[in-house]
Design a protein around this ligand. Structure first.
Ligand code: ADP
Ligand code: ZN
Ligand code: ZN
Length: 744
């Protein structure tokens, strides 16, 4: 840092929430010690903005006399520690996103707007069901849907493994925030009791069943592989039920016992309330939960309690990665393969990848857990950059079932269902077990078409077919949400229209016809639209014996269902043949995740996969017990094409309201990329995006590819400078996606 002459004013460099690729210099008040990581109010044009000081005591290129002064210092001490500012700086450079938006975006909205950091939080009290409450629940005396849902969630060892939850965790499980008064009223009736949270040093955690049991040798090996202070990432690969969560918990216990904090990242809270609840049960009163379902004040309090070191374990979705931890010891990324870790707009970061960077910066280990790790992660483990700890056996001794293909060329499906699948379902249901049927497409029918003249119902705003939805019948665009009434007749020739292809609603109807006596539950985004619907459905599935559950990828996620005897997979061929970068990988992940649902009980289980291509090498290689072997052909393919993990990609997308503008401007955007391209960097395009028009905007894209990450970033960096000199119409947008998940 250059010395500042004593007489010269002290200058600070500030990040502000504007899409500009730079920090701004201000004179800091003479009487205050303004340090990096503190928030300030600064004049910006005619307004004042909240900013975060990134550097202090700097010399400015500008004449100090002309610099404006900081208006107000908002924090007495820095709220963003050095390591986190460094992480955000890295994130801004790596994803080529304006630093101010990155830094301000990492703060809870309340802090972004300048609200003060709350004083030391009073920890959330824990709620538990009393003896009387258990009896009342059993006798049906707890009336009122909402009341019953609360008492049932607390009484259920699946959702509340330690029998006690705080209000934010309960909110995650219920899918709504119970008011404090609701809980108090239940306590007044004698059904609930409110216990003060344990003091942070209070050691023995409430034991759930697994906590008391010894780890399997593989689990123990994974826990022991974690070396304090060693930043090497660890891949914990294991099928559902292999005991990954238990490994996280034991690791966390060690870390917390050392006086350090743990950060656990999960893809989404609604689909995985069990994990949050288990952590809460193991560390009562010491967990901060951060997810999008929180009210602003709750979010701020949770963030502050982590930042002050009160919360010892922080559980949260993507953006929780940016929570300050004064004593970090471990980061866990659960379901690391999940695309929800990648932000798809604005600052397009991948929280999994930035978690690894944070681990390096803080010198702490990062554990990536999955039954189906990404090819990137598997390759890093193969090369020895990550420690690889497989969990091949489940503690309960069950193994994931073999995946059997049903050839749809031999067994023609009727409304999606083949006779071998129907027979297997019959047998499973007769044995008192459940059948899960996976079809990754919601709605009733995929398209609406005229067999007479060939007319097809398209979205008027997108290059997409309209999907027919039953119930309140509508034709819906899954890209932009546009919907319209379903026409009876062809608007071109007047002939009757055919509903083609299968969605979950139609499959549900077909299954209801085949199994009229069996309880049938549908799980997709439409069926869980209203609050609490998901929890209700999950509760029902857990409470039933023989039942059929039909749904999208949602039914392959998170939850633990003990009585699934059969998993049927309806139609995945499209995914295997799609040209999109990760379509085949995602399809295999989906099949294996779904297969993991089956056979958790003593009776074992079956997985039937309906396909028209049983000879496809990926189908032939399906083996839920050895995911690494199964994806080897995909890795070979990627190696050949120089795609990740063997090369690096960035996607530049140019959008405009009409096709011509998009095309010309994309050309202007591509030119500096070509000029800047170092050797070994390929610039492909511009070309219309696979979905050319979405939501009334036309999209052109340019793919930048290189085997050399540094060369790729140098190219992007230079091109970005040149783009700043382009005068583009306001409506034209350039978006840069580094390490894109999809090229569609
Ligand atoms: P995953 O996270 O891989 O799905 P979990 O950690 O949830 O696996 O474990 C699956 C089930 O096995 C849970 O019911 C858990 O309580 C139990 N379990 C985990 N580890 C052990 C163990 N060492 N001994 C006995 N049961 C265990
Ligand atoms: Zn027609
Ligand atoms: Zn649309």
């Amino acid at each position: 840092m250059p010395d500042t002459p004593a007489s010269a004013p002290s200058i600070v460099r500030v990040a502000i929430d504007r899409p500009l690729n730079r920090l701004f210099d201000y004179r800091s008040p003479p009487d205050r010690d303004v340090r990096p990581g503190m928030r300030v109010r600064v004049p910006f044009g005619p307004t004042r903005l909240t900013g975060v000081v990134m550097e202090a005591g700097v010399t400015s290129e500008m004449d100090p006399g002309r610099l404006r002064a900081v208006s107000e210092v908002l924090d007495a001490t820095p709220i963003l520690p050095d390591s986190l500012r460094e992480l955000l700086g890295f994130g801004g450079r790596y994803y080529h996103h304006p630093i101010g938006e990155v830094v301000l975006g990492a703060l809870p909205p309340a802090l972004r707007r300048g609200r003060p950091l709350p004083e030391a939080a009073t920890p959330e009290p824990l709620w538990a069901v009393t003896e009387q409450g258990h009896r009342a629940l059993a006798d049906g005396a707890v009336r009122g849907e909402r009341q019953r849902a609360i008492v049932a969630a607390l009484a259920d060892p699946d959702s509340a493994p330690g029998g006690r939850l705080d209000r934010p965790t309960l909110a995650g499980i219920l899918g709504r925030r119970p008011a404090p008064r609701e809980l108090e009223r239940l306590a007044e009736r004698g059904w609930l009791e409110c216990r003060p949270p344990e003091h942070p040093t209070d050691v023995p955690p409430e034991a759930d069943s697994a906590a008391a049991r010894p780890l399997t040798p593989e689990q123990q090996a994974a826990v022991d592989a974690l070396t304090p202070g060693e930043a090497r990432p660890l891949l914990l690969e294991g099928v559902t039920g292999s005991g990954k969560t238990e490994v996280y918990l034991r690791m966390a216990e060690r870390v917390v016992a050392r006086g350090e904090q743990v950060l656990v990242l999960i893809p989404e809270i609604a689909l995985t309330p069990q994990l949050a609840a288990r952590i809460q049960a193991r560390f009562p009163g010491r967990v901060a939960l951060l997810h999008s379902g929180l009210a602003e004040g709750e979010r701020l309090r949770a963030w502050a309690s982590a930042a002050r070191g009160e919360a010892r374990v922080v559980v949260g979705t993507r953006s929780a990665l940016f929570t300050p931890l004064p004593e970090p010891g471990l980061i866990v990324v659960d379901e690391e393969h999940d695309a929800a870790f990648k932000q798809q707009d604005g600052f397009r970061y991948n929280a999994r990848d930035l978690a690894i960077k944070r681990g390096q910066l803080e010198a702490i280990p990062v554990v990536l857990g999955s039954a189906t790790p990404t090819l990137e992660t598997l390759q890093a483990a193969r090369q020895g950059r990550y420690t690889h700890c497989p969990l091949r056996t489940r503690p309960d001794g069950t193994a994931p079932p073999r995946i059997e293909a049903v050839d749809t060329r031999v067994h023609t499906p009727d409304e999606g269902l083949t006779s071998p699948l129907l027979d297997a379902m019959q047998a499973t249901l007769a044995g008192g077990q459940q059948c899960f049927v996976l079809l990754n497409r919601r709605g009733y029918a995929r398209t609406l078409a005229c067999d007479h003249c060939g007319w097809v119902a398209d979205c008027r705003h997108c290059d997409a077919r309209l999907t027919v939805h039953a119930g309140n019948p509508r034709a819906v665009c899954h890209l932009c949400g546009h919907h319209e009434p379903v026409p009876d007749r062809c608007p071109e020739c007047g002939a009757e229209l055919a509903r083609r292809g299968l969605g979950t609603q139609r499959l549900e109807q077909a299954l209801a016809r085949h199994f009229p006596q069996t309880p049938l539950i549908r799980l997709d985004r439409d069926s869980i639209r209203h609050k609490g619907a998901l929890e209700e459905a999950l509760e029902r599935i857990r409470s039933l014996d023989a039942a059929i559950v039909v749904g999208t990828q949602m039914l392959a996620k998170g939850h633990d269902f003990p009585r699934v005897g059969l998993v049927g997979v309806i139609d995945v061929d499209q995914g295997l043949y799609s040209v999109d970068l990760r379509a085949a990988e995602h399809t295999l992940q989906l099949i294996v995740q779904a297969a993991g649902r089956a056979g958790r009980g003593e009776a074992g289980g079956r997985v039937l996969l309906q396909t028209g291509h049983p000879e496809h090498p990926l189908i032939r290689g399906l083996d839920a017990a050895d995911y690494t072997a199964m994806v080897r052909p995909l890795l070979d393919e990627r190696a050949e094409s120089g795609f990740p993990p063997f090369g690096h990609l960035a996607l530049v997308r140019v959008e405009a309201e009409d096709a011509n503008t998009a095309e010309t401007r994309a050309g202007e955007v591509a030119t500096p990329l070509r000029r800047a391209a170092a050797s070994g960097v390929r610039v492909l395009g511009p070309a219309p995006a696979p979905r050319h028009r979405v939501n009334r905007r036309y999209r052109e894209q340019i793919l930048v590819q290189s085997g050399d990450r540094r060369a790729l970033h140098a190219t992007l960096h230079q091109a970005r400078r040149a783009w700043e000199g382009l005068t583009l119409p306001r409506e034209v947008r350039i978006a840069l996606d580094v390490d894109p998940v999809s090229l569609a």
